[in-house]
Write a protein that binds this ligand. Sequence first.
Ligand SMILES: Cc1cc2nc3c(=O)[nH]c(=O)nc-3n(C[C@H](O)[C@H](O)[C@H](O)COP(=O)(O)O)c2cc1C
Length: 215
Amino acid sequence: MSSDNRQTPRRRPWVVGISGASGTGYASAVIRGLLDAGEDVDLIVSRAARLTLRDETGIAFRPSQWREDLGAWIGRDLAGVCMWAIDDMAAGPSSGSYRTRGMIVVPASTASVAGIALGVSKDLLQRSADVTLKERRPLVLVVRETPLRRSTLLQLADLAGEGAVVLPASPGFYAGGETAQDLIDFVAGKVLDVVGVDHDLFRRWDGTIAHNFPA
Ligand SMILES: Cc1cc2nc3c(=O)[nH]c(=O)nc-3n(C[C@H](O)[C@H](O)[C@H](O)COP(=O)(O)O)c2cc1C
């Protein structure tokens, strides 16, 4: 997908995997937050995610202009982002010796959750998550499905037991969000919180209830 995916000695990216669950806006907000904080990003987009991207954004995402079209959607220049093809099983993140800070799967489909929990590694996204777990690096799964099957719940419990952070795409409404983007940013901000990346994507709880009623 890109010829300039070279690992420099000091580069330690966050691997962001976009799988085919609804909620591609969460991916956009997380990537924007990482880049704005000066973090390096490697990106892996599943085949199904190309469908959800199209469906939810209305953008065609031309294969020949993939980086530019993704950049326009995210609202940032993606020149420094390594783009790995989903079938490239020789890609950097498929090996534990490729240095990363960890991986965020956002949104995470139940299919990807199952594949990661079982260690199927059917594509680069699942393999990279597998590597992240075996190397004991942070793995965040922004799962999006409702309702959930018992098997998915058990797989998520298993993954949490291995150290993954299961972070459902469930925005809180206490931060004063007024728009859909505010709610998306709330979830993205929670992702950045768990990986220790600074952001100002939502207003933090300060102990003040918004509406004071007369006693
Ligand atoms: C428009 C659309 C929305 C979808 N939304 C979800 C979803 O919210 N959660 C989910 O687990 N799967 C969802 N799916 C199904 C997944 O895309 C499907 O299970 C796919 O095999 C996931 O593959 P991946 O995990 O490799 O991306 C959706 C599919 C489409 C086409």
